[in-house]
Write a protein that binds this ligand. Structure first.
Ligand code: ZN
Length: 135
């Protein structure tokens, strides 16, 4: 990766983080202004679902913010763009599309295939677990 490419990606990460933080601010003030609740049970149910949905999105945004912070820290320490598994350089094209990527495309595909053949070890299991806890 050239220094110019690194600067480009750092910029991209910082912009993504700013956007996420801005969005987080908005949903907090939205939640606070949402005082006029309807007494219709159906409305209340819908509102509750919307709130739960928003929190789910918030959760995902928080995770992304964490990933962006990690990526920025790696830029500082000079470890950015190195695959965490095989330690090969991650291609600039991949980082441009997904600047928080911590794995090269080969390792990513390998892990995804493993998750498919053994779902209890990966994300799919977490999804089932999440559904089980929340519903
Ligand atoms: Zn790799």
């Amino acid at each position: 990766m050239t220094p110019e490419e690194l600067i480009f990606l750092k910029d991209l990460l910082q912009r993504q983080m700013d956007e996420l933080l801005e969005k987080a601010d908005q949903s907090v003030s939205e939640a606070l202004s949402n005082e006029h609740r309807s007494s219709d049970p159906l409305d209340i149910a819908t509102e509750n679902i919307n709130t739960a949905f928003k929190f789910r999105i918030r959760d995902r945004e928080n995770k992304l913010i964490k990933k962006i912070k990690q990526a920025l820290a790696k830029i500082e320490s000079g470890e950015y763009g190195i695959c965490e598994i095989c330690e090969e350089e991650i291609s600039f094209e991949r980082l441009k599309a997904r600047p928080v990527a911590a794995l090269c495309i080969d390792c990513k595909i390998k892990i995804e295939n493993e998750e498919k053949s053994a779902p209890w070890r990966g994300k799919q299991y977490n999804k089932i677990w999440e559904t089980y806890i929340h519903h």
